[in-house]
Ligand binder design. Sequence first.
Ligand SMILES: [Fe+2]
Length: 204
Amino acid sequence: MTREPMLPAVETFVATVRGLFEQGLSADEVWPQACEPLRDMLRDPSVCEHATTWPTSPAKLGLEGKHANLLFYEDPDYGFVINGLIKKPRAKTTIHDHGKSWTLYGVADGGENVLRFKRTDGGAPGDLPETAAVEETEKVEVGPGFIDFIKPWEIHAEYNGDEPTVAVIVRSQRCGTYVQNIFYKKDKTVEQYYGPDQIPFSFG
Ligand SMILES: [Fe+2]
């Protein structure tokens, strides 16, 4: 199957990740090793230049959580995807996990606070509970070149700074193919959903 070529920096990244899979590595070996190649891709000026063409409407594209991502690429053999989004200044995601998927959340421009949470109700990762208690464990201020490495079921949130944040997100599988949790701190309820809507867009 032919497809439209993407930016050379993106094609290099895709080829590198495919190479890791072709060596027979498992997901928990591939994804940590993909962080540095993603950082190299984000450093390439063509990526931020390309982001000036990314749509920010409909409004749901401005955030992660129960919103939408641009979908640039889905690997035909290994299933991983490349998403993008531009977050509006001071936008806040929900507190959520990414279900069983692995995520490399790369900041290309702007900056935000990345928060981590733990369950304090004794629940195990991989649960799909109706209620759960979560507590913040970490808050890190991040900027361009930062890769947030999110393991399966890791609970987190992002609070954007005063500028728009351009993010390139690599996921081990496309949203819509796995269930994830949203944790509502005020009443401890948990909602399951299938992740951000996917809006196809060219990275070429
Ligand atoms: Fe997330």
